[in-house]
Design a protein around this ligand. Structure first.
Ligand SMILES: [Zn+2]
Ligand SMILES: [Zn+2]
Ligand SMILES: [Zn+2]
Ligand SMILES: [Zn+2]
Length: 482
């Protein structure tokens, strides 16, 4: 473990531009692992804990067809002639081509001699975030070395592959080592589509390293959440729940709605540790049953959960009839359900998927299961973009129902605030208002209808009375004299 004091000094230097006189955090020895970020005072839910700026940032450049963004300001450029005229192999806008940042990127990549400097190459563009570590100050580089790095066999692949795209790629061991280390640190602590770190439903298309955030430890029920400032790409970390003085401030490295076993495997393989948080130690996941499945006995309505937590292939137990099942047996049920739901999700009809989730899937997979939650999230995301083949009423009722369902899962898990929760609650409230308005309108319509009917009845009565009177008058009228 690198000493918390040295880490603090380096972080102070990094955060100097927006230094807080009375920071709400400090780096200290963690009960979870090594060192972590601790609250120096009581923090209220929603309060800003700290701001962090990217020590390294670059284009993620994952999709070959979207490489035309400026490598400095990230603005999308016209489809043609967006590559630097100096031959560095990087896309850059005319404004940024004169900036200091590009000058240093440009000098470095030009000296390495890209094979095809006029062609946007994702490997070269993606490497920029890593290569920028070379031009950092010594303190900044020390800060990178302070962060956890998963130095597995694969971490050298990226730089090795990138080297093939240049004529004079550096062979200096020290430089290559800086880049390899940076790749490993980025993979462990950075943001990138490939790191699978949840971005809480936020668009984040860069590859970036936020050092203070990188020091935070993981909890499957984090007590903080973050957002990005679009202009500066700074990260703002807030308290998701009330946090006590001295308590560790945690974040999550995994997706929130995956079951214990999947999270366990992900954290072990990609992050190199075993999580022992309260959620991971509870096979019902605080009663949210994210990985819960139905009992294999068709006469039993019980839910089946892993017998013990923390194993990759546990036995499973029915909570009602206590029947035991092997992991393979339960995975068969899970795979069947995942396959069936994903097939509906991949079919083009949103209406079909919604109908399936509302009426059918519950017969073979509990609604609490992550496959169902994922499918509902994807329905909400699709509805946010367009209604597809849903009519207005179906859109509205689906949004209302799924937002409610997912926030209920969050409540069960004990998840506090997050951007996702805010989004879900906003949509829910809007639909709730719409429903209330509709109900008022309906009540008003019914009132009017009743009024009309009452009036009609009144009129009928009057007419009937008149008819009776008329009959009587006819009856007593003297016969006409001829
Ligand atoms: Zn630019
Ligand atoms: Zn250039
Ligand atoms: Zn955990
Ligand atoms: Zn059972």
């Amino acid at each position: 473990m690198i000493c918390p004091k040295r880490t603090s000094e380096l972080l102070d230097l990094h955060l100097a531009p927006f230094k807080d006189k009375d920071p709400a955090w400090e780096v200290g020895v963690s009960k979870i692992a090594g060192r972590g970020v601790m609250a120096t005072r009581h923090l209220k839910r929603g309060e800003i804990i700290f701001q962090d700026s990217p020590l390294l940032i670059g284009l993620a450049a994952h999709e070959e067809d979207s490489l035309n963004s400026c490598s400095v300001c990230f603005k999308v450029l016209p489809d043609t002639r967006f590559m630097c005229r100096q031959g560095c192999g990087l896309p850059v806008c005319s404004l940024c081509s004169k900036k200091k940042q590009h000058k240093s990127d440009c000098d470095m990549f030009k000296s390495w001699g890209p094979n095809e400097p006029d062609v946007a190459n994702s490997v070269i563009i993606r490497l920029l975030c890593v290569a920028r570590a070379i031009n950092l100050s010594k303190d900044q580089r020390d800060l990178i070395y302070c962060l956890q790095a998963n130095l597995d066999n694969n971490h050298r692949t990226e730089v090795r592959n990138a080297a093939k795209c240049f004529k004079n790629f550096p062979t200096d061991k020290k430089l290559v080592e800086i880049m390899n280390r940076t790749v490993a640190v980025l993979r462990t602590n950075g943001f990138d589509k490939t790191t699978d770190r949840t971005t809480d439903n936020q668009e984040f298309n860069y590859r970036a390293l936020y050092p203070l955030f990188g020091v935070m430890n993981h909890d499957c029920i984090p007590n903080s959440y973050y957002t990005f400032d679009e202009k500066t790409n700074n990260m703002i970390v807030r308290a998701a729940v009330d946090i006590l003085e001295g308590e560790e401030i945690t974040t999550t490295y995994t997706k929130l709605f995956t079951g214990n076993i999947a999270r366990h495997l992900f954290l072990k393989m990609k992050k190199g540790f075993t999580c022992k948080c309260p959620r991971c130690s509870d096979s019902t996941e605080k009663g949210a049953f994210i990985s819960g499945l139905y009992c294999r006995d068709t006469n039993c309505t019980g839910l089946v959960v892993p017998e013990i937590t923390g194993l990759p292939h546990p036995n499973w137990n029915c909570l009602v009839c206590k029947q035991k099942s092997t992991h393979a047996q339960m995975m068969k049920s899970q795979d069947f359900a995942s396959g069936a739901i994903n097939a509906k999700a991949n079919s083009n009809s949103l209406r079909t998927l919604v109908h399936y989730l509302n009426e059918k899937s519950d017969s073979f997979i509990p609604n609490s299961n992550y496959v169902v939650i994922d499918a509902k999230m994807s329905v909400l995301n699709r509805l946010a973009v367009g209604r597809e083949d849903c009519n207005e009423d179906l859109e509205s009722s689906t949004k209302w129902r799924y937002c409610r369902d997912i926030t209920q899962v969050m409540d069960k898990l004990g998840l506090g605030d997050s951007l996702l929760r805010t989004q879900l609650e906003t949509v829910f409230r809007k639909e709730e208002e719409r429903r209330a308005k509709k109900q008022l309108e309906l009540a008003e319509k019914q009132r009017q209808q009743a009024e009309l009917e009452a009036k009609a009845a009144e009129a009928d009565k009057l007419l009937a009375a008149l008819a009776v009177e008329g009959d009587a008058a006819t009856a007593v009228a003297p016969p006409e004299q001829s």
